[in-house]
Ligand binder design. Sequence first.
Ligand SMILES: Cc1cc2nc3c(=O)[nH]c(=O)nc-3n(C[C@H](O)[C@H](O)[C@H](O)COP(=O)(O)OP(=O)(O)OC[C@H]3O[C@@H](n4cnc5c(N)ncnc54)[C@H](O)[C@@H]3O)c2cc1C
Ligand code: SF4
Length: 514
Amino acid sequence: MGVRDLVLVLGDQLDPQSLALDDFDREKDLVWMAELPEESEHVWSHKARIALFFSAMRHFAKRLEERGIPMRYLRIGAHAYSGFADALSAEIAFKRPDRIVVVQPGDYRVLAQLRDATSSAGLPLEVRRNRQFLIDLDEFQNWAEGRKELRLEHFYRFMRRRMGLLMDGKDPEGGAWNFDKENRKTFGRKGPGVVPLPAAFAPDALTRAVIADVEQQFPDHPGSLAHFDWPVTPQQADEALEDFVMHRLPAFGPYQDALWTGETYLYHSRLSAVMNLGFLDPQAVLDAAVAAYRRGAAPLASVEGFVRQIVGWREFVRGLYWTHMPDYLEANSLDAHQALPDFFWTGNTDMRCLAETIGQTLEHGYAHHIQRLMITGLFALLLGVEPRQVHAWYLAVYVDAVEWVELPNVLGMSQFADGGLMASKPYVASGKYIQRMSNYCEHCPHDPNEATGASACPFTTLYWDFLMRHEARFKEHPRAGLQWRNLNRLDAGKQAAIRRRAEALKDQLATAPS
Ligand SMILES: Cc1cc2nc3c(=O)[nH]c(=O)nc-3n(C[C@H](O)[C@H](O)[C@H](O)COP(=O)(O)OP(=O)(O)OC[C@H]3O[C@@H](n4cnc5c(N)ncnc54)[C@H](O)[C@@H]3O)c2cc1C
Ligand code: SF4
């Protein structure tokens, strides 16, 4: 007998309160979940990313089954389908549902595949609102309507007012919308000292089975599973949140931009993955952070800095993604065409900052924001790597990577490929910025102060080269112009030497095996 609703639960929709399940009828409906090779292979996914999704999905499915919810679950290796197109079409032919129900997917490509599969079967597809976000997409569109440019700061203030979040009447609590001055500290020469490690979750039997499947099915994929300790259930996600609020939130603000050798997480929350999977409601995350401030356990500067990420950036990038897809994917406003260096997949480079960031990425599937933006992202931007290749790398290597959040951050914030939709100017800096914010340069054969010569820092060389290449576009720019006008400090001879060295670097990186 056929079913009424075939309810799809995708790997990033593991929300126990999902709208997809709201009117679920055990007698008539069926939940459908699938581990599909294409979802791990359309970009060359890190093993930990694949394992986290599959483990979270299997735990979620187990919970639904325990609640007596009928389900069809396709395990990797136990079926021959490749992607949603063939797997869903086969299921539709077999079960003959009246309609397909799904919550708004996080990836435009997946939504297009679902639409194709259902329309070729002549079935209605009901796409429901995603409760994992604080603002619905149509409300975001209303906010965006008629604005000349979409800026995070405007959106952030709109959200704070709308939610009455950290507000004192019409004014922001503490008298300011941001506490950037207090929030840009470095660790100084002594370093961070002992930083409390995030809560770690040893793999249970179910996760160990997933790890074995991933090793078997995706043996040549990048990354390691040796240190897999991610939360894989909503309960573990709650523990991770509590641990962050208690141990790291108080210092989150001051050190959110700092970097340090061997310190993978510093004071960051490590909550993006569980929020993106659907285990952790962003409202609960905000409530926990604000409650810590109210009881005097965390300063306002830290809590505001953290709240800004959740209620500002996280919601803002999702709105941008759905406003600008599918064209967003093709954006390349700086006309960048260099190949992504091979060492992005191995960490095999003598540039200490990159070796550290990529090394921990391959080990854990994690790097914090400033590593993503100002180490790997900055290097790709300065080198002029084709944005599509940078996007494919970021989508592959981080356990929290889902396209709605990854793409605007990479193409917009990091690579300025969208020509300024997301960021008002390119985030560029020389090696001296990295020297100021970290201790990476102390262990590096390159010198961040040098743009030419044998020990020149590639970031510094490529920084000046970038300024020269894009001078015409940015020298009169209201926010970036000052940075470009520094080019006047270099005489023609120095400029030519920098250009030569930058070209040599590009040639070398385009051909070097890692
Ligand atoms: C080039 C680049 C690629 C990125 N790719 C991803 C990605 O694939 N998935 C992802 O979730 N985030 C991505 N980010 C945003 C951010 O770097 C990560 O969310 C963060 O590093 C995750 O670690 P955390 O949970 O410890 O974050 P914290 O530093 O503790 O921040 C708290 C939370 O705020 C949210 N947040 C912070 N910054 C951003 C941002 N810029 N955009 C959206 N949400 C934000 C996240 O949910 C995060 O968990 C990217 C940023 C850059 C610059
Ligand atoms: S000197 Fe340059 S390459 Fe080396 S760690 Fe510093 S910024 Fe990175």
